[in-house]
Design a protein around this ligand. Structure first.
Ligand SMILES: [Zn+2]
Length: 269
């Protein structure tokens, strides 16, 4: 509940601030600013579908949209300053991504990465987040293994989002279960090598140096947060930028240009 209210306040703040920027009250020229961002989406309900399609069309017309693999290769090789790049990711593997978002993304030949909390696909309800949030609030629930395989065949990438959507900032994490078992199960069920991991919740308070080191130890090639920032060359923990499917393109333009990035917070030891 607290998280929902915070999310609402943050959304309202961004909406208000972007209106101010676009009225010209602030002298900010972001039209020519280079964008290099990994976006995060979650559920794409039928209600927001028309707006989501407008967003996708806007991306298609204004940014170079890359797969996560290509984005990382390009980031590490270095790009020209004016060469804006955008990559789309979807967390939590909701059925609505398969049913509602994928047909639109196919139309624009966009191939996102889906971060999967394995327990959600397997229908487990012994974990509080899966039971109280995913199952209780999201219409349609999770994708099936068949849905995920179909997306892979259409060029999507898949990463682990832990087994039980645990908060890695809390104590007593079973790293073997959340990091290694989740990846092994995805590989077994999907017949594909899994090399990326996205931290559930994804903010500084939901991470620790210990957890990041464990992700390395379990041989993931990269991990991802939900901290709004441009990624930098050779980052092992790559920042991502949350996008609300109801935002209009002016808001998105400001968010992707970095005007709402938070100041750096410390990851706790
Ligand atoms: Zn998640």
């Amino acid at each position: 509940m607290v998280k929902t209210i915070k999310g609402y306040i943050w959304d309202s703040y961004i909406r208000f601030a972007s209106q101010v920027i676009h009225r010209g009250d602030l002298n900010i020229n972001h039209r020519n600013k280079r964008v290099c961002r990994i976006a995060i989406y979650h559920d794409i309900s039928e209600k927001c579908l028309d707006n989501f399609e407008k967003q996708v069309k806007y991306y298609h017309n204004n940014y170079r949209i890359l797969s996560l693999n290509d984005f990382i290769v390009e980031l590490n090789e270095g790009t020209k300053e004016d060469n804006s790049a955008l990559c789309l990711t979807f967390d939590d593997a909701y059925k609505s991504i398969y049913q509602n978002a994928a047909p639109i993304l196919d139309k624009y030949k966009i191939k996102p990465c889906i971060f999967v909390p394995v327990g959600f696909i397997d229908g487990e309800d012994n974990q509080w987040y899966i039971r109280d949030n995913f199952k209780a609030n999201i219409k349609g629930g999770a994708m099936s293994w068949e849905d995920l395989k179909s997306l892979i065949n259409r060029g999507y990438e898949i990463g682990s989002h832990s087994w039980s959507h645990v908060d890695f900032g809390s104590k007593g994490i079973d790293y073997g279960y959340e990091l290694a078992d989740s990846r092994n199960h995805l590989q077994k069920m999907l017949g594909q090598k899994i090399k990326y991991f996205a931290f559930p919740f994804g903010m500084e308070r939901n991470l620790s140096f210990e957890a990041i080191n464990k992700v390395k130890e379990y041989n993931y090639s990269r991990c991802f947060s939900g901290i709004r920032r441009n990624p930098e060359k050779n980052d092992f923990l790559l920042p991502r930028t949350y996008i609300n499917p109801y935002w209009n393109e002016k808001i998105i333009e400001c968010v992707l240009a970095g005007y709402f990035d938070k100041k750096k917070e410390k990851v706790h030891e």
